[in-house]
Design a protein around this ligand. Structure first.
Ligand code: SAM
Length: 243
């Protein structure tokens, strides 16, 4: 997977991405990260990339030309037109399903806005997807790009140490994950559920599945409607309803 991030703050992207698990994936060569500073493509002698909005109003707008030139500098090195994700509070809300879909791409270009956003004309020209990370407004697209790159990266083979761990995470199959425990067996009077110490693999799996169902029903009942439930799952949930 190759990420290309068009941004006014490349350090923020590099510092955020090149630590911990994603940083290790870059070192291992599973991922590459290229940051492109939009300011390097300014067409203004003062190096500006923003200007006042036509029609008046508060704030500044990122101009079309530097954004387009920055994008073209990336596209020129690629064989086909890549997906270009504009980080925007007006976009489709990012979720695990979108992360899985994006993980199948070889190249992803992220476009990070600032100020009041970006001149609409260049968005129409280069953007394939507008993506939001939630219904709130941030100062820039860098954090959203990092969130998406992180969620996509951990789905790529070799990024996580334990390949299985992404498979049972929350939202996989539209169920929240079961509760997790580690040593010691007793902490401040609270004991680990005995079943987890039993060594009986099948019973542990059954307990975890049931905990996932209980949690999802309590915390995110909306997800259950889209979950892949077995006959046993449905029976278990029906019994809970009766209780
Ligand atoms: N005036 C814009 C509007 O109301 O739609 C908001 C601009 S916001 C202050 C500046 C930039 O932050 C946006 O261009 C976008 O790149 C990014 N941004 C802000 N909130 C976001 C969110 N929830 N998801 C993704 N990107 C976001």
């Amino acid at each position: 997977m190759n990420y290309h991030v068009l941004t006014l703050f490349p350090d923020m992207i590099r510092d955020g991405f090149q630590t911990s698990i994603t940083g290790r994936a870059v070192e291992k060569g599973i991922l590459t990260l290229e940051t492109i500073n939009i300011r390097d493509f300014s067409v203004n002698k003062h190096n500006r990339v923003d200007d006042y909005p036509y029609g008046g109003g508060a704030g500044m707008v990122m101009q079309a030309e530097p954004v387009c030139l920055a994008y073209e500098s990336v596209a020129a090195g690629l064989e086909k037109k890549p997906r270009v994700l504009y980080m925007s509070p007006q976009g489709k809300v990012f979720d695990q399903r979108m992360a899985e879909e994006l993980a199948a791409e070889e190249e992803l270009v992220f476009l990070c806005g600032h100020y009041e956003g970006i001149d609409e004309r260049v968005l129409e020209e280069i953007v394939t997807d507008e993506v939001s990370i939630g219904d709130y407004v941030l100062t820039g697209g860098e954090l959203p790009a990092l969130v998406i790159m992180d969620a996509v990266s951990r789905l790529l083979g070799g990024v996580l140490h334990n390949e299985e761990s992404a498979q049972f995470d929350s939202f996989h199959d539209n169920l929240l994950e079961y509760p997790q425990y580690s040593r010691p067996e007793e902490w401040r009077g609270k004991k680990v559920p005995p079943i987890l110490l039993s060594g009986h693999h099948a019973n542990v799996e059954k307990w975890r599945r049931e905990q996932s169902l209980i949690r999802t029903r309590q915390r995110r009942p909306d997800l259950l409607e889209r979950a892949n439930l077995t006959k046993e799952d449905k029976k278990f949930l029906a019994n809970l309803e009766e209780m």
